[in-house]
Design a protein around this ligand. Structure first.
Ligand code: FAD
Length: 448
């Protein structure tokens, strides 16, 4: 074991959506960046939990508040991993490759297969994170640290106070184990699906999606078939509670499924729960595969192309930051002087009963904003968070957590860290978020 030591300006922990974009943004500002990732590809949930497509910001024109997001989208279209403006349909695997290319082009030093397992402090400032990988125990020293682990691992390892689940009982949103099937005759499937939907087969769209839930107020073309299969013992009731599929650009014989979902597991950072989901999830996927083959035309030769490496975690530990975005601020479309991101994506809380609704209140601007202070971790001088583990209450986080918003937060965190180093600041607290937003806009980020 060589127990290596590294040193740089900015240390980014976790190469998911927020972490990869944070590293790219900081490198664009001319900083030496080390990006630490436990798996072997960037993208996190968006790649390794097979999440697709990109959700819409819910704002007219879909401004993503991130110049890097626009570059990712453009590259995705260029390589056939997306269509049109690249701001919706997406192949998760290709997304990982695009992010990796962008990181390499910018000279970010990536440490894959490396887990952040601790951190050391001098007073209120972090000096280094402790890592573990095949080389042994190592240390990565830096001036500013960004916790983009999705689950706030760095904050938790520092034993900082944490938010977790909803405010009433601490329960996290349900998790899922998404999968992709290949070998599907998508023409035959669409003919069958559209006939069930409209009474006669319609021409197959370029990309399409569909769903089944047990919400009796809504109609779903395939639900009667699910109920038939449950009756016959070929499916379980939970298979029909939330089932969703999306086609993937560039993969003409493949379909991605946003299920199975685990409605009764409410601790998303418990390793035993995550193991249970992997074990039971694969059984559910096998059950669903057999169901498609038996009941749905087009799936006769279907096979499992991918199963999520990372369990799909919607929400787990979240940081206590200088400002915590409250549920009311999100619902009331609150604006902030130090805003670094805007969104009007609906509240999206999963469970046996899906709680998805539009944000109704409107202060005159049809979106809410995320202040930079929601990324600056309280009581530590040089620690930012970005992504789904930001400082936000439960309902607010359910809207904020989607990929475009995580990209914007990552970009803001990377730029903030860089500007603070340029200014020689000893502490991030009180940093002017307007400066970060101005830099994002100068580089091409579009805000509403
Ligand atoms: C089932 C599901 C469906 C979803 N559907 C959509 C959708 O359709 N559209 C949409 O826009 N959004 C969707 N989302 C939300 C969105 O995908 C995520 O919220 C977003 O991708 C989170 O990005 P992140 O960077 O914050 O975290 P993550 O993507 O979770 O990234 C965290 C990264 O940190 C790494 N990491 C964690 N701990 C450590 C450690 N200790 N050391 C080293 N590395 C570590 C992980 O391996 C990972 O790469 C969905 C989420 C789920 C779970």
């Amino acid at each position: 074991m060589t127990n290596k030591t590294y040193s740089c300006d900015i240390v980014v922990c976790g190469a998911g959506t927020a972490g990869a974009v944070a590293a790219i943004a900081a490198a664009d500002q001319g900083k030496n960046v080390i990006l630490i990732e436990q798996y072997g590809i960037p993208g996190g949930s968006a790649t390794l939990s097979l999440v697709t497509p990109l959700m819409h910001t819910g704002i007219k024109g879909n401004p993503m508040c991130s110049y890097i997001s626009d570059e990712i989208n453009r590259r995705a279209v260029e390589c056939g991993a997306s269509i049109e403006k690249g701001d919706c349909w997406l192949d998760p695997m290709m997304l990982g490759i695009i992010l990796e290319e962008m990181l390499m082009e910018r000279g970010v030093k990536v440490l894959y297969h490396t887990t952040v397992i601790g951190a050391e402090k001098d007073g209120n400032a972090i000096t280094c994170v402790n890592i573990f990988n095949k080389s042994g125990h190592g240390k990565v020293f830096g001036k500013i640290f960004i916790d983009a682990t999705g689950d706030c691992d760095l904050c938790a390892l520092l034993e900082l106070p944490m938010l977790h689940g909803n405010e009433e009982n601490g329960k996290n949103q349900p998790v899922s184990l998404r999968y992709v099937l290949g070998g599907i005759d998508t023409d035959a499937f669409w003919a069958f699906y559209s006939e069930k939907e409209t009474g006669s087969p319609t021409p197959r769209p370029v990309q399409y999606c569909g769903a089944v839930t047990t919400d009796e107020k809504r109609q779903f073309p395939l639900r009667p078939l699910f109920y038939l299969a449950i009756e016959a013992g070929d499916l379980m009731y939970d298979d029909a509670v939330y089932w969703q599929f999306f086609t993937l650009p560039g993969r003409n014989d493949a379909i991605a499924f946003n299920c199975p979902e685990f409605f009764d597991l409410h601790d998303a950072d418990d390793a035993e729960n995550l193991t249970f989901v992997q074990l039971e999830g694969k059984k559910a996927i096998m059950r669903q595969l057999k169901f498609y083959k038996k009941y749905i035309p087009g799936f006769e030769n279907a096979y499992i192309a991918q199963i999520s490496t990372m369990v799909g975690v919607r929400e787990s530990r979240r940081a206590v930051t200088d400002h915590i975005v409250t549920n009311n601020e999100c619902l009331a479309h609150m604006q902030f002087d130090d805003a670094i991101c805007q969104s009007n994506y609906p509240v999206d809380i999963h469970g046996r009963k899906l709680n998805t609704f539009e944000i109704l209140e409107d202060s005159g601007k049809p979106y809410y904003e995320i202040p930079l202070r929601a990324l600056i971790v309280k009581d530590v001088d040089n620690l930012l968070v970005a992504g789904r583990n930001l400082g936000a209450e439960f309902v607010a986080q359910s809207s904020i957590r989607v990929i475009p918003t995580c990209r914007a937060m990552g970009e803001a965190a990377g730029i903030c860290a860089s500007l603070a180093i340029d200014q020689g600041l000893a502490s991030l607290h009180g940093f002017d978020g307007a400066l970060v937003r101005e830099e994002m806009i100068k580089r091409g980020a579009i805000f509403a």
